[in-house]
Design a protein around this ligand. Sequence first.
Ligand code: PEP
Length: 251
Amino acid sequence: MTARKPLIAGNWKMFKTGPEAAETASRLKDLVSDVADVDIMVAPPFTAIAVVKELLRDSFVHVGGQDLFWEVEGAYTGQISAPMLKAAGCTHVIIGHSERRQFFEETNDSVNKKVRAALSEDLIPVVCVGESEAERESNLTSAVVQNQLEEGLAGLTSEEAQYLTVAYEPVWAIGTGKTATTEQAQEVHEFIRERLKTTYGNQVANVVRILYGGSVKPNNIGELMAMADIDGALVGGASLDADSFAAIVRF
Ligand code: PEP
């Protein structure tokens, strides 16, 4: 069991119109109204952030963005900046999700710029790392994750790093129904914590939450959360339904 307050975060990806998101958010608000020992965050599509935030205004559920652009403002058609997320009521932002790496040319370098942009607006960056199936099969998991951390977080001070959340999401487990075994997940989480310790010191490594992501469901969250270095989950598919997400929150 983690020594840190758990965070259960829902990534709604490109699902839900404003009215659909509003319906899910209001049901979720009712279902988790008595949960105080777990932090909860949902990341709706940009077009639904305002309505979701409004509905969750007096609840414990935080709202996050699924991505951001590193510039503050400018002629960048289609982009959303950190100050815009902040002003919309976001507290968190997911950065470097594997789908962005796969389909939208996200690199460790762009992750680094986005992390800095988020931190400069006091948004909590939820930085995603994880290996592909081929990389795991070639025993490259640690090397890949280490590289993603080193490049994605390059230049951050310990003072800045304490505000990070890291999400370990093995690419082969996202949306596939395959979950890493609790031992596989714990092994990588422990490795990530060691890397944080080496780079930023014990104090930072002890406060940074490391979430697991990859086909987390109500029936597997309990065993994952029993592991020492798993501090919560980043949930895709199962977060779209308020009842299943609430069941995960109540692991
Ligand atoms: C994700 O989108 O980060 C994710 C882990 O998705 P899923 O839970 O559907 O595997």
